[in-house]
Design a protein around this ligand. Sequence first.
Ligand code: ZN
Length: 228
Amino acid sequence: MKTYIQQRQQKLRESQTNFYTPSGIHIYIKEPVNQTVVSRALNMLEQRVPIHILSEVEMIMFGWFAEFDERGLQAYFDGGTIFVSNLFDDEIELFETLIHETAHAVEKTYGYEIYGDDKIKQEFIRKRQYLHDILWKEGYKMPISVFLDTEYDQEFDEMLYQKIGYGKLDGYAAGIFITSYGATSLREYFATAFDDYFINPNHSFLKKISPAVYEKINLVLSEEELDI
Ligand SMILES: [Zn+2]
């Protein structure tokens, strides 16, 4: 039989590794984290993101998952859960990662409202065409058809990430994409804009270069206009 002290210790451990945030997100810490970093990042998330948006995230699980090594990730969203690395030691980086995965939760739930009228797709394709022309001039010659495909494509991603490199790409994509990662796919185009909306309080640049996405983010944030 467990002693009173052992029971208290077990309860304390559980309260630190398996709990709910004030807005109702289930937090499960599977592998050890920096508690301060995690609690600060969760506070920022809950302070900045409206509750109806956060309700798309049922659980945040901290650990190191096989997909991270397989796909070179630190986080992903699947079936209502954000799986995120337990190794963050910077609360801002962790907060930004959680915002990004929240964006994927949102675009799954509000897929029709966000993508249904193709406005974001048209905006994205125009930017991809522009990027194609810039890269072509710089000697990275890939057929335009590759740039017109809005889904994630491994070959395209490898060209951006390995052949060109995000450092250089940032220069080519400046003023077209909010970050060069937004060029990866239509979904990442939405998610990187969503990140910027919550990370950067000044929305003027985002509104200027990505007006269609900006409009959709405002739409999903104004819950009363949605009939879901
Ligand atoms: Zn993403």
